[in-house]
Design a binder for this molecule. Sequence first.
Ligand SMILES: NC(=O)c1ccc[n+]([C@@H]2O[C@H](COP(=O)([O-])OP(=O)(O)OC[C@H]3O[C@@H](n4cnc5c(N)ncnc54)[C@H](OP(=O)(O)O)[C@@H]3O)[C@@H](O)[C@H]2O)c1
Length: 275
Amino acid sequence: MRTVVVTGATSGIGRATALDLAAHGFRVVATARTEEKAAKLTAAAAEAGLELRTVLLDVTDPVSCQDAVAEIDEQTGGGPWALVNNAGVVVPGAVEDVAEADARQVLEVNLLGAARLTRLVLPGMTRRGGGRIVQISSVAGRFATPLNGWYCASKHALEALTDALRCEVAARGIRVSLIEPGCVDTPLLTDALAAPPPADSVHGAAYAATRRLLALHRPVPPERVARAVRRALLAPRPRRRYGVGPEAAVAPLVRLVPAAVADTVVRAVLRMNAG
Ligand SMILES: NC(=O)c1ccc[n+]([C@@H]2O[C@H](COP(=O)([O-])OP(=O)(O)OC[C@H]3O[C@@H](n4cnc5c(N)ncnc54)[C@H](OP(=O)(O)O)[C@@H]3O)[C@@H](O)[C@H]2O)c1
């Protein structure tokens, strides 16, 4: 049985993915930041008649990452067959409204955390002559939108890093895929929508317009993303990118629009024009 590690499996996409993979014959090691959340996840799996193991992990803490991978190596006799880098956070806000500590945090979790875990599992995959790495990116990794710049930056950087990694590990039989969902119905999205805009921002009208626009979206359930992860893991020749949801379907077209036109439309829609 193949072992898959899913990071950030206590909620949303990670939880749905861990349960989906356990239901489809994978041995799942799901990571959580606290014993309490790990126990809740194990109980939810047991209720569904599924088995999964949990390991404590904070992807921003190098020691926690080393300890978690050492524990997984021991459990699996040499490391997992696949890693799903899912743990993620969003810090909404205009570039000038986001504090440096918050900007660092989003890069620490979404980019450096994923890179750290990848580095730690690669020796085992190399020894075995193969493996899979699946990165949960976003349409925000394909095009950037105002008031979400740091999140978009973290996902653009993850995409770039992954494009480089894919070529670096291919000769060792390690396949790497990016999953690019649009809006997904998870606490990350609802928390971002609920976050009050900074009171003294010059972008007050844009925050309100963004909120109205996001409320019109019909987010897909996290299980849709879980299915895409499973497809990436099961495909003999996995794709480089799997889009999920309507926003992902239009992402390639958005990239064809000249930047000057895109800027004009985005500024008008978000009421970012002067006056
Ligand atoms: N929701 C969307 O619309 C959407 C769209 C595209 C891509 N994504 C991506 O999908 C992934 C999962 O997000 P989600 O929507 O499922 O959000 P979520 O429900 O908030 O789940 C995020 C998960 O990441 C974990 N996490 C956060 N910081 C961590 C850290 N430092 N170390 C380890 N785990 C950490 C959380 O653990 P705790 O429970 O302990 O906080 C939680 O399990 C993210 O990479 C996100 O960028 C989401």
